[in-house]
Design a protein around this ligand. Structure first.
Ligand SMILES: Nc1ncnc2c1ncn2[C@@H]1O[C@H](COP(=O)(O)OP(=O)(O)O)[C@@H](O)[C@H]1O
Ligand SMILES: O=P(O)(O)OC[C@H]1O[C@](O)(COP(=O)(O)O)[C@@H](O)[C@@H]1O
Length: 319
């Protein structure tokens, strides 16, 4: 290998910059040239690709977002778009590509590998919805951002003796709501993996009030509904002082936590090391904090296990 590319794709996530920095610096350390592909797969289609040197990744390790930009590029899924991308990869003499993103991005990486371009996937998404790995880049930072918000919302909810519904990201995966609910002392956690009926929600809030609780927190994953609709449904059932907070994109930005900077640095360097050594069509992950690699197809087949223990513990501890 003489020249590798790196791109970030799908939703951005804190820690992606640490990973880009590690890819670039590790490859240069091994005398390999790195090209930065802008806006995910869109940059491949539009030939928006830049040479990167040591200083292109200076002063980014502490920044959220991604310096390469990202995109949800529908065109790349079409045959025409994919072929344009392939032409540009060949035109730029790119020998292999590191893709930092989620499962959709890995589908794209898999297709490139099948077309003869070795790819390595680095898991980057705040949702933590990739089953094959313990943690994805950005999840830890987003969790801490949510926890900070829960603490603030608890203060005011307590003063006003209110229930607050906090809606967080997570389309198919409730990890952000579940673990922030456990760490933030929520009374109710509503996630796609564990549907809950309205009566149970109302009874939990009423039971808390009856034993003198000043406030209740309901964590709602976006994949399980809308905070304002839930509020209406609860207030139709019983008289309760309730407010909603939709955290939105605040969860995706911000300076990455120590954990995500370390994870990004380790995954980025390992990805470059493997690619330079000729390995392709794999994704990187961690198990017991040790980095491993796995065939992309195998990794994408693994189904996420629901952490029932954490879910039950949240209920027990918030009695
Ligand atoms: N089946 C697919 N084939 C080729 N490319 C895909 C496929 N699915 C997704 N992608 C590419 O990956 C990008 C990111 O996917 P998306 O699902 O939006 O985010 P994530 O990677 O975080 O799951 C898409 O915009 C598209 O360019
Ligand atoms: O930025 P967009 O396109 O509005 O996407 C919002 C979605 O992105 C996420 O933040 C992360 O999604 P990814 O899996 O693409 O990283 C989801 O939680 C959220 O539903």
């Amino acid at each position: 290998m003489r020249r590798i590319g790196v791109l970030t794709s799908g939703g951005d996530a804190p820690g992606m910059n640490a990973a880009i920095r590690a890819v670039v610096r590790y490859a240069i350390y091994r005398n390999i040239e790195v090209l930065g592909i802008k806006k995910g797969y869109k940059g491949l289609i539009e030939n928006d690709i830049k040479h990167m040197d040591l200083s292109s990744v200076a002063d980014i390790i502490h920044r959220g977002g991604t310096i390469l930009g990202t995109d949800r590029c529908e065109e790349f899924k079409t045959e025409e778009g994919f072929n344009k991308a392939l032409d540009n990869i060949r035109y730029r003499d790119i020998d292999g590509i590191i893709v930092i993103g989620g499962d959709g991005s890995f589908q794209g990486a898999r297709k490139l590998s099948l077309a003869g371009i070795p790819t390595i996937g680095i898991p980057g998404t705040i949702d933590n919805d990739l089953a094959y790995t313990e943690y994805t880049l950005g999840f830890n930072t987003a969790l801490n951002t949510i926890l900070d918000s829960i603490s603030k919302i608890r203060d005011t909810s307590s003063s006003h003796e209110r229930t607050n519904i906090i809606e967080v990201m997570g389309r198919n995966c409730g990890d952000l709501a579940l673990y922030s609910g456990l760490a933030g002392g929520a009374e109710v956690v509503i996630i796609p993996e564990a549907p809950i009926d309205m009566d149970t929600i109302c009874e939990t809030i009423m039971r808390g009030k009856a034993r003198g609780k000043k406030h209740s927190i309901i964590m709602l994953a976006e994949g399980s509904g809308n905070a304002y609709e839930l509020k209406d449904a609860i207030t139709n059932k019983f008289d309760v002082n309730i407010r909603c907070t939709v955290l939105g994109y605040i969860q995706r930005g911000g300076t990455p936590s120590a954990y995500d900077r370390l994870l990004g640095s380790r995954l980025g360097a390992k990805g470059a090391e493997l690619l330079v050594g000729g390995t392709g069509n794999v994704v990187l992950g961690t198990k017991d904090n040790v980095i491993f690699n796995m065939d992309i197809d195998e990794a994408l087949k693994i189904e996420k296990q629901f952490d029932y223990e954490a879910y039950e513990l949240t209920k027990i501890l918030s009695m």
